[in-house]
Write a protein that binds this ligand. Sequence first.
Ligand code: S3P
Length: 182
Amino acid sequence: MRDPSESPSHIVLVGPMGAGKSSIGRLLAVRLQRAFTDLDACIEAEADTTITAIFASEGEAGFRSRECRALIDALAKTAASVIATGGGAVLNAGNRSAMRDASTVIYLQVEPAMQMQRLAGDDTRPLLATDHPAQQLAELQAMREPLYLEVADIVFDTTQHSPENAAVAMVALLEQASERCV
Ligand code: S3P
């Protein structure tokens, strides 16, 4: 693992929808006294519309271009921050290398049953607008899991954790990781 003191060391959270990236990221940022950036929220603010509307008007490709720009902008900030990405941000090879270069990457995992529970009734995620969301999530995970693992410095399973507990555990893991590098 790289020495965190040698890089700008943002903390980037990756993982599938429902893993808790935004809720845990916000709490982790408070604990670490860092700014928090939620890429999906940045994309919506910049476009002045919802992700669903962006998918409808520009397609997934248009959304992915916006996602790349939002990630590059977030990583370019000089103050170390906590950044929650969307579940598909790892699809782009340039995004993966930018994350690796500028941050400690935490892959948040979640078991499928809990993921479905957390996402039940959600109508904000266009990729889940299907009659078979569980199957869709499984297919996305099969495709993306190697990419999450490729970028991850730390892997953390959120299934059994509240966001608060997960944030506490993550602070400890980050401390251990930086001690290993000294
Ligand atoms: C997506 C995940 C969403 C959002 C968009 C696409 C994906 O973010 O970026 O709907 O491709 O998995 P969350 O992972 O925060 O739900």
